[in-house]
Write a protein that binds this ligand. Structure first.
Ligand code: NAD
Length: 504
């Protein structure tokens, strides 16, 4: 980080290219805030064309050496990175809280889930083994190998500045690729910290590069002929754009989009468990999670009781600076906070009942922070923007239904299909739900069903574009290409001319 002459004393987060800070000369920066203080704390460089080229060129130059580095050596670097990250994760959590606003315990949780993928990636020698068939014809063997793609691009959102990049880069790097990561400009420092740590772990310069920027940097990667694949996570309109553009340019692409996750509560559910889950999944990280529960679908016989239990629990939540042992922190920016808060007015206009209004709550933090307290809105019409839009804040909507069938139809008619949950004590109903619901990740009495690293993460419908989920075996498939080799060692008796199609 260097000092910013254009903004007085504020430091500038610069690019990390070829194993060192690359000081931007683009003349363009974006502000980075401390959301709990409501003040700009840094600026982040926004790349120009030359800087995009420099990052891709560094990754391209490092590729042949890294690809050909022995499996043992690559694995040692992965293990060293895992150890360093585990030992120093507290530092990273503080960076996340200072730029994103999430409370420290939540930041630590994000890092732990990212570490899981690093741990999976340390097992890459087993996961990258090819296959071998002997004697497909007499004296002829066929075998396949999995090879890295080359330079891969990763574009990540603001809400998980450490975990989402870690869904991709540990696997990409373990598999022998070189990376250009374009983090969110809202909380850019975690990416540099991770890249520096990887260097400390022994990763050769140029294997992992961080390019900061906005649409210009993203478009630069999408249109660069040396970038072989794009892994994107963010909102649905941008995911769609990324998918179309990268695919048109002949790249492999996985683009994970937005969400509107429903939690269906049946009459036989444990309502205390369901109320706890709704609070945790609705307001954790101020609702800025793609797996947050934003719609509670309550069967009407238990809806009043459930809403009362949730309301009662909300009154005990401590909102404030993430460094002060609070339950929930601020929103990421003032603009985003105001947008989220505007949905409370829309709800009232559309005839919903605002049970708890998070505006003007008391906080344990600076008065200028980007605060919005947990908000509960009952009887939300399914035609309202409050129901239809991804609000991405601490606003939990309640929709009442008459039956299981009506609840599932509601979920299946939605545009998104990222996560969902059912709360019930009826195993048959749960089994039917997992079979019938058109959603990629399903929780049964589990509110935020983010799969562990050795399964894969991804939704359906408008929550994903492309056919590859993140991490797990899908991650290894995405970041490798297969070659099939048919080999025969010379045996003169098998010579001769035959123009027919080869048969075994
Ligand atoms: P975003 O779409 O605004 O930004 C994501 C990335 O795209 C950032 O790096 C940003 O710089 C870049 N970008 C933004 N506008 C662009 C444009 N016009 N052209 C090219 N690039 C552009 O998303 P966000 O606000 O940072 O993150 C929140 C969103 O991410 C939510 O919609 C959330 O659901 C989604 N998300 C999805 C998942 C998932 O796994 N499905 C996970 C986390 C977040």
């Amino acid at each position: 980080m260097s000092d910013d002459v254009s903004t007085g004393q504020l430091p500038v987060v610069n690019h990390w290219v070829g194993g060192a800070e690359l000081v931007s000369t683009s003349g363009r920066t974006a502000p980075v805030f401390d959301p709990a203080l409501g003040r700009q704390s840094k600026s982040v460089a926004l790349a120009n064309a030359a800087e995009i080229d420099a990052a891709v060129a560094a990754a391209k130059a490092a590729f042949p050496g890294w690809r050909d580095t022995s499996i043992t050596k690559r694995q040692q670097v992965m293990f060293a990175f895992r150890e360093l990250l585990n030992a120093r994760k507290g530092e990273l959590a503080e960076i996340l809280t200072a730029e994103h606003g999430k409370v420290l315990s939540d930041a630590a949780g994000e890092i732990t889930r990212g570490l899981e993928v690093v741990e999976l990636a340390t097992g890459f020698p087993h996961l990258l083994k090819g296959e071998y068939s002997e004697n497909v014809s007499t004296g002829v063997d066929v075998y396949s190998t999995k090879q890295p793609l080359g330079v891969v691009g990763i574009i990540s959102p603001f809400n998980f500045p450490a975990m989402v990049p870690m869904w991709f880069f540990p696997i990409a790097i373990a598999a022998g690729n070189t990376v250009v990561l374009k983090p969110s400009e809202k909380d850019p420092s975690a990416a540099n910290w991770l890249a520096e740590l990887f260097k400390e772990a022994g990763l050769p310069d140029g294997v992992f590069n961080v390019l900061h920027g906005d649409k210009e940097a993203v478009d630069g990667l999408l249109n660069h002929s040396d970038v072989k694949s794009i892994s994107f996570v963010g909102s649905t309109p941008i995911a769609h754009y990324i998918y179309e553009t990268a695919a048109r340019n002949g790249k492999r692409v996985q683009a994970l989009g937005g969400a509107k996750n429903h939690m269906l509560v049946l009459p036989d559910a444990d309502l205390d468990l369901a109320a706890d889950a709704a609070i945790n999944a609705g307001f954790g990280s101020a609702g800025e999670r793609c797996m947050a529960i934003s719609v509670l679908v309550a069967v009407d016989t238990i809806a009043d009781e459930l809403v009362a239990k949730i309301q009662q629990r909300m009154s005990g939540l401590k909102i404030g600076d993430g460094r002060r042992n609070c339950d929930m922190g601020p929103l990421v920016t003032e603009v985003h906070r105001d947008k989220v808060a505007s949905y409370i007015d829309i709800a009232a206009t559309d005839g919903a009942t605002v049970v708890v209004d998070g505006r003007g709550i008391e906080v344990d933090g600076d008065a200028d922070g980007f605060w919005l307290g947990p908000t509960l809105i009952d009887d939300v019409p399914t035609t309202s923007k409050v129901y239809l839009d991804e609000i991405f804040g601490p606003v939990l909507s309640v929709v009442r239904v008459h039956s299981y069938e009506e609840g599932v139809d509601l979920i299946n008619n939605g545009a998104y299909g990222n996560g969902t949950a059912i709360f019930t004590n009826d195993g048959g109903a749960a089994r039917r739900f997992q079979n019938e619901v058109e959603v990629g990740m399903i929780g049964i009495n589990v509110p935020i069903p983010v799969p562990v690293a050795y399964h894969s993460f991804g939704g359906v419908k408008d929550s994903i574009f492309g056919d590859s989920k993140a991490y797990g075996l899908a991650g290894f498939r995405f970041f490798t290409q297969e070659k099939a080799i048919t080999s025969r060692w010379l045996d003169p008796s098998h010579g001769g001319i035959n123009l027919g199609f080869p048969q075994n």
